[in-house]
Each structure stands twice: as structure tokens, then as C-alpha cells.
Design a protein around this ligand. Sequence first.
Ligand code: SF4
Length: 65
Amino acid sequence: MRQNVCKWYYVCPMKKFYEEGRLDRHWINNYCKGEWQKCIRYKNVENNIAHPDTMLPNGEINERL
Ligand code: SF4
């Protein structure tokens, strides 16, 4: 069954960055509470591929986070 929220949301650094006001809400809406299946972070976790906390759901690195 498809979940509405990514199963990693509550431990994901994107949630923390968003709550700290450092990440725009569209990332959360489009990925974490939307099409989380398309998130590169999600795919990396599922495949045990290491990735930095500063990597956005689309795979870009944002060093300002
Ligand atoms: S950034 Fe990706 S892995 Fe993290 S909670 Fe959102 S959809 Fe899930």
C-alpha cells in the first residue's frame, strides 16, 4: 500500500532543515509528503549508498544547508 509520507521522514535531515527554516517547503511537499519514490536520498538509503546530509531529494548538493 502506498504511504503518503516517506518512511524515513522522521529521521531524515531534510525534515530537520525544513523545521529550522533552512529548506523550502516545496521539497517536503514534492518529495517527503509526495512522490518520495522519486527521491534520490530515498533510493540511496534503500540501496545502502552513502550520501551527505547536504544532498537534496533531486540529488543536488546544497552546501548552504
Ligand atoms: S528527503 Fe527523501 S528520504 Fe528524506 S524523507 Fe524526504 S523523501 Fe524521504
